[in-house]
Design a protein around this ligand. Structure first.
Ligand SMILES: Nc1ncnc2c1ncn2[C@@H]1O[C@H](COP(=O)(O)OP(=O)(O)O)[C@@H](O)[C@H]1O
Ligand SMILES: CC(=O)OP(=O)(O)O
Ligand SMILES: [Mg+2]
Length: 403
């Protein structure tokens, strides 16, 4: 690595999307950000913003058959701004990898053995790890000389105590198949819990925070003094909160029932619970903006979907209050958490006895900054704290390769 190589490209490959950011770690400046959506569909869309080169947003709509094609298109866009992957200023590429199993609890330089292990974990992150692998392989082909670093969603949760990580099932069976709770969105939970402490003017070691990461995928975590002590996702990102397309918690017997009595195969049930459940299964929409619009028009199905979503969220807030004993802050983050005032209001409505309340005016304010939305009298700070998984991945990647 040359001394002036201070740039890191971060790739966050989702099941049908690729988010990316190019950052200069010398000052933490974002040079370019972008997103490819609808990968694999007829009309994929790339939106690229070269912040370093004036910031004019560019859009491209064309079929990108897979993550390989998407990343090549991204590389072309970056080249156009003189920020191409061939740049000697690039120090490393950081990849979000969703499932790291038991082995990866730290950011890791990727080699063949690491790739094999990520591949072995595909069955427990079928929507995510394959896309992460394609992103890594393509990036390796484009820049075989560069260190590629994996930052795992599961890593932050590896501090969970055994009694929170274990399912109450036969120990031998569980251990033989590595069945336990791993948790996901850890990069976001780590970043947001630290930023929340900062917002309170405290060190992370001094505060207990409930982080509510409400995106399309959604999870809650209980963070005590900077360490995760419980989280709502489990072996896979299916457990826990009601999500855009995933059911979250259900009685596992629902699966046997559907298999035995509705004639569904396990693959069909997997698809049902991961892709056709949650908000979309309940009301046909997974976008909270659309659901709120329908509720305003008097749509009963949308209203029930919203109530089910909120009911589950409130149960987790209650549960994690008990897990933590003392809660200093509840932080809302990700697409829904950062933008939906009605969700935040409903999540803590009537919980003044637990020290929770939001101030209607503060809650309604729009801002990209971390901020407190609870009234002065409330014992627990309710906060909106924008997540930045890409920045966190870039920081961890750069720390590793520049050490
Ligand atoms: N202005 C908004 N108001 C309410 N919800 C929003 C708004 N913007 C985005 N969302 C919600 O955020 C979700 C996407 O969140 P995001 O964190 O980007 O998810 P992911 O990383 O899983 O793609 C959308 O599906 C939508 O429900
Ligand atoms: C792990 C997970 O659910 O990620 P996402 O929200 O990006 O789908
Ligand atoms: Mg996300």
């Amino acid at each position: 690595m040359t001394t002036d190589a201070t740039r890191v490209l971060v790739l966050n490959s989702g099941s049908s999307s690729l988010k990316y950011q190019l950052l200069d770690m010398n000052g933490g400046v974002r040079l370019a950000v972008g997103l490819v959506e609808r990968i694999g569909e007829q009309a994929s869309r790339l939106v690229h913003t070269p912040l370093a080169a004036g910031g004019e947003k560019r859009e491209r709509e064309e079929r990108m058959a897979d993550h390989d094609a998407a990343l090549k298109a991204v590389a072309d866009e970056l080249s156009e701004d003189g920020l191409g992957l061939d740049s000697p200023e690039l120090a490393a590429i950081g990849h979000r990898v969703v499932h790291g199993g038991l082995r990866f609890t730290e950011p890791t330089v990727i080699d063949e053995a690491v790739l094999k292990e990520i591949e072995r974990l595909v069955p427990v992150a079928p929507l995510h790890n394959p896309a992460n692998l394609t992103g890594i392989r393509t990036a390796q082909r484009l820049r075989p000389d560069l260190p590629q670093v994996a930052v795992f969603d599961t890593a932050f949760h590896s501090s969970m105590p055994e009694y929170a990580a274990r399912y109450a099932i036969d120990v031998e069976t569980a251990d033989a198949h590595r069945v336990r709770r791993y948790g996901f969105h850890g990069t976001s939970h780590a970043y947001v819990s630290r930023e929340t402490a900062k917002l309170l003017g405290k060190d992370p070691s001094e505060v207990n925070v409930i982080v509510l990461h409400l995106g399309n995928g959604a999870s809650a975590s209980a963070v005590a003094g900077g360490r995760c002590v419980d989280t709502s996702m489990g072996l896979t990102p299916l457990e826990g909160l009601v999500m855009g397309t995933r059911s979250g918690d259900i009685d596992p017997a629902v699966i046997f029932h559907l298999e035995r009595n509705a004639g569904l195969s396990s693959d069909e049930i997997d698809e049902l619970l991961n892709k056709k459940s949650g908000l979309i299964g309940l009301c046909g929409d997974n976008d909270m903006r659309e659901i709120r619009r329908r509720i305003d028009e008097g749509d009963k199905r949308a209203a029930l979907a919203f109530d089910i979503y909120i009911h589950r969220l409130r149960k987790y807030i209650g549960a994690y209050t008990a897990v933590l004993g003392r809660v200093d802050a509840v932080a809302f983050t990700a697409g829904v958490g950062e933008n939906s005032a009605p969700v935040r209001e409903a999540a803590v409505l009537g919980l003044e006895e637990m020290g929770l309340a939001v101030d209607a005016r503060l809650n309604a304010e729009r801002s990209g900054e971390a901020r407190i939305i609870s009234p002065d009298y409330a014992r627990v700070a309710v906060a909106v704290v924008p997540t930045d998984e890409e920045l966190e991945i870039a920081n961890q990647t750069y720390a590793l390769v520049s050490a």
